[in-house]
Design a protein around this ligand. Structure first.
Ligand SMILES: *Cc1c(COP(=O)(O)O)cnc(C)c1O
Length: 393
């Protein structure tokens, strides 16, 4: 069923269509690497693009295609390109828009590897990059160079929950014809739709909210227009960072419940953030749903809800953070986010431990920072777990 007027949750369930050759309510998994042609002429036409037909799974596959159509629909884009992981999506965008002598501009609190590869891998291909504070729009604009070929944003940022004004930056970028890509992983299209704010490309680690069950690593790049789609798709096909059909099928299944999972996790997060904010062992809480968040108004403007990611500072620092990590019982001590289970992690001793003190400071990672990805469990159990662990700090 395709209807322009369906709501978000209806599209989450139905978009992309169902391949119901035998009446199946759910599309089958086309677990195949290759596809038969009817005859030589058909094969030639498939390759030339004269006829639509599947050729080889790295190039395209019905199961992957259904997921791509569904995510494009939910983001409001022209089309999308599914990838083997979120980092494959990031690299696909970097390679599609950057080349020797070009420059990438991004804010400094990007997902660690998205920044690290720009600083360690891409310079050998002659690509330059700048990472600066994007809360100061004027300074951000001043950092644009004549060779800036891509602006890359991630909001809310991981793990600082810093929020970047997508619309303000897209307005500046438009006057200079620079494409803007938004990593929308923390929100999913349910809470934030960057195309409506002027972005040209959106990407996701579908490992997080879109699949939502912590059992898949996957990514996707969504293009607003055919022009962008045609630039992105061949890069994925030729690098070979395609999804696997089974991975696509599981991700499509997870996507069906995206709205209700986020509703529940967000409802829990609002209560958990309020609990943490009044706790004597907690120094500060950063959550877009709290008026104490420095960009509370901006969050309300560009996001449909505050989401399920919370950062907070423990009084003390490194040692106290480790004690908290070692004492939580229900929350899993694990990286990642956006799944049904509550996850907790301490960036200074875990994800960002390899960064230099200077790089940590620039990315806003302090010793007391704890990151909490709130799940869909009973909120009293989440709060009781945190309370008993905080008691031991
Ligand atoms: C996890 C994550 C990625 C990378 O995705 P993978 O699926 O782990 O490769 C990129 N951006 C953000 C914001 C993420 O949280």
């Amino acid at each position: 069923m395709h209807d322009e007027n369906l709501g978000f949750n209806s599209n989450a369930v139905h978009a992309g269509g169902i391949d119901d050759v035998l009446g199946s309510a759910v599309s089958p998994i086309y677990q195949t690497s290759t596809f038969k042609f009817e005859n030589a002429d058909h094969g030639a036409k498939c390759f030339s693009g004269e006829e639509k037909g599947f050729i080889y799974t790295r190039i395209g596959n019905p199961t992957i295609n259904e997921l791509e159509q569904a995510v494009a629909k939910l983001e409001g884009g022209f089309g999308s390109v599914a990838t083997s992981s979120g980092m494959a999506a990031v690299n696909t965008v970097y390679m599609a828009y950057l080349s020797s002598g070009k420059h990438l501009l991004a804010h400094n609190s990007l997902y660690g590897p998205s920044r690290a590869i720009m600083e360690s891998l891409y310079p050998k291909f002659g690509v330059e990059s700048t990472f600066i504070d994007a809360t100061d729009i004027k300074a951000f604009e001043a950092a644009i160079r004549p060779n800036t070929a891509l602006i890359f944003l991630e909001t809310p940022a991981n793990p600082t929950i810093g929020i970047t004004d997508i619309e303000a930056i897209c307005t500046i970028a438009k006057t200079r014809n620079i494409p803007v890509c938004v990593d929308n992983t923390f929100c999913s299209p349910y809470l934030q739709r960057p195309f409506e704010l002027g972005a040209d490309i959106v990407l996701h680690s579908m490992t997080k909210f879109i699949n939502g069950h912590a059992d898949i690593v996957a990514g996707i790049v969504v293009a607003k227009t055919r022009e962008h789609y045609d630039k992105i798709r061949p890069v994925m096909v030729n690098i070979g960072c395609n999804m696997d059909p089974h991975q696509a099928w599981l991700t499509r299944r997870g996507l069906k419940t995206l709205g209700i999972r986020i509703d529940r996790a967000q409802e829990n997060a609002i209560k958990v953030a309020a609990f943490l904010e009044q706790h004597p062992k907690v120094d500060w809480v950063l959550y877009p749903g709290l008026p104490s968040h420095p960009q509370y108004e901006l969050a309300k403007k560009q996001m449909k809800g505050p989401g399920a990611m919370i950062s907070f500072g423990l009084k003390g620092g490194l040692r106290e953070g480790k004690v908290l990590m070692d004492n939580v019982k229900m929350a899993l001590l694990a990286v990642s986010l956006g799944g049904i289970e509550t996850l907790i992690q301490h960036p200074a001793s875990m994800t960002h431990s390899k960064l230099s003190a200077e790089a940590k400071k620039a990315a806003g990672i302090t010793d007391e920072l704890v990151r909490l990805a709130v799940g869909i469990e009973d909120v009293d159990d989440i709060i009781n777990d945190l309370r008993q662990a905080l008691d031991k700090v």
